[in-house]
Design a protein around this ligand. Structure first.
Ligand code: FAD
Ligand code: SF4
Length: 442
């Protein structure tokens, strides 16, 4: 062989060996990502997510590239896998690009069922007069939720009697579905009130700061085209504010609706400090549920929060985290890592049912920056201090912010409470709405 041929063969062999090495390292990283997700409890998809048929998948990776979220899918051993299922928000772009139709979008998994309300074609629940729109009924994503908010108002049956003290429609939830439903009510000349436990925008508040939201243009009643494909979270919230003021929508919040009962031909909706009568109810509550509260004096103050989004903004602040589950541990860890002085208070005597990785990291950080006080309970929250009770009695601890992360009530328990029939999905595609309700009052 002449020297040039030897050089070419050697170079090709080198490239091939380097390629194999690179691929092996990539596969190793992907398997570790799956193991880490399992360890962190991130393997359960919260809503609609891809189910990949390995017999059809050719491992082309198009789905991995198409997914706009961070590290949800990877190709492992020549097949696509859902690695961080909990981060999937159901965009469904993976399904659209798959060249072999290997992907189906499903709810729940074989081992973890997901409850959704039974709905008729008119989006009415089993309780005549109570309707559902948006992600609660399994139709996630901003555009779909908006479309359903508009559609549900078209289906609202006229009330049998016009109870003079009742509004036409109470809308629970001010996310995309609720706002769209309110706009459609305005257009139809129906009186309405939107109630939200947080504020305007819905799940968007749970997105990380400056997250780019992907959506598709959709026509809103009264205000016209919502004409963007990509928009930041902050811009989307300010767009909804503009819509509410332009269309003069009736909105009240924070108002967490705790009960909905029949009152003659209408419904009585109650929240912390108010109630209203409505002829029809539209549930647009999404699927995130309501955070559980401590129920102690001072909890209503503005330095108390029920979710942590941006740990960095608490650097050098004194923060109390209340709770003993993964969310509380993860919050305490990320706050301490961001430079906050953290006290983690938990009423139990040990952290059970938490991810081992969280427990390990908590132990590493324990010290002046992160104090763990077990068998303790917060009793009162005041400006710059919190009264904490533990085995040695009550004491004030200096404090700037409190995060209460003690779990929440799932929307399903809310549905059960108001008597709405549900169905459970175990890794199945959403079924088309069917006639679930008895005919409502004509
Ligand atoms: C991190 C993340 C990223 C996402 N990214 C995208 C994206 O890029 N593009 C996209 O299209 N979709 C995205 N989604 C999904 C999208 O946000 C949801 O599908 C959509 O917001 C659903 O709208 P909704 O109106 O049905 O419910 P939600 O937006 O969840 O709104 C429900 C509202 O109801 C309120 N509520 C609940 N219970 C009560 C009660 N008892 N009383 C009063 N109020 C109550 C809640 O506070 C909330 O404000 C993402 C979701 C998450 C979590
Ligand atoms: S796009 Fe389809 S075929 Fe390609 S890796 Fe993803 S699931 Fe497999």
């Amino acid at each position: 062989m002449d020297p040039t041929t030897v050089m070419v063969v050697a170079s090709l062999a080198f490239v091939a060996i380097a390629g194999i090495g690179f691929e092996r390292r990539r596969q190793h990283r992907a398997r570790r990502a799956v193991a880490r997700a399992a360890e962190m409890g991130l393997e359960d998809p919260p809503s609609l997510h891809p189910s990949i048929d390995p017999s059809r998948c050719i491992g082309c990776g198009s789905c991995v590239e198409a997914c706009p979220e961070d590290d949800v899918l990877r190709v492992i051993d020549g097949r696509a896998r859902l690695v961080n299922a909990a981060h999937c928000v159901g965009h469904g772009q993976c399904k659209t690009v798959c060249p072999t139709q290997a992907i189906e979008l499903v709810f729940g998994t074989a081992t973890r069922g997901v409850l959704v309300p039974l709905l008729g074609d008119d989006l009415q629940t089993s309780v005549p007069g109570i309707y559902v729109a948006g992600e609660l009924g399994g139709f996630g994503l901003i555009r779909t939720a908006v479309a359903q908010g508009i559609e549900v108002v078209r289906h609202l049956k006229p009330a049998a009697t016009r109870d003079p003290g009742a509004i036409d429609a109470a809308i629970v939830g001010a996310g995309p579905a609720g706002i769209a439903a309110a706009l459609a009510c305005r257009e139809r000349g129906l009186t309405h009130l939107v109630l939200d436990q947080d504020g305007l925008g819905g799940s968007v508040h749970h997105y990380p700061r400056r997250k780019l939201v992907m959506t598709a243009p959709v026509k809103l009643p009264i205000v016209g085209m919502m004409d963007f494909h990509e928009i930041s979270k902050e811009e989307l919230v300010s767009y909804w504010r503009h819509v509410v003021s332009q269309a003069d929508l009736k909105l009240r919040g924070p108002a967490r609706v705790s009960s909905i009962d029949r009152a003659g031909d209408s419904f009585r909706l109650k929240w912390d400090d108010g109630e209203i009568l409505a002829r029809r109810v539209i549930l647009a509550t999404g699927r995130r549920g309501s955070p559980r509260k401590l129920g102690i004096p001072g909890e209503e103050s503005t330095n108390v929060a029920y979710r942590l989004l941006e740990p960095d903004q608490y650097a050098a602040q004194r923060v109390l985290v209340v709770g003993g589950g993964n969310s509380a541990l993860e919050a305490a860890i990320s706050l301490a890592e961001a430079g906050a002085r953290v006290v983690l208070s938990y009423r139990g005597d040990r952290f059970a049912r938490v991810a081992p990785a969280n427990l390990r990291r908590l132990d590493e950080l324990r010290g002046p920056a992160l104090e763990v006080i077990l068998r303790s309970e917060a009793r009162r929250i005041e400006k710059e201090r919190v009264l904490l009770q533990d085995g040695s009695g009550e004491r004030w601890i200096p404090n700037d912010h409190v995060f209460v992360l003690i779990g929440g009530d799932l929307p399903t328990s809310f549905l059960e409470k108001i008597g709405v029939a549900t169905t459970t999905y175990y890794g199945e595609p959403p079924r088309a709405p069917r006639e679930a309700s008895a005919p409502g009052p004509a």
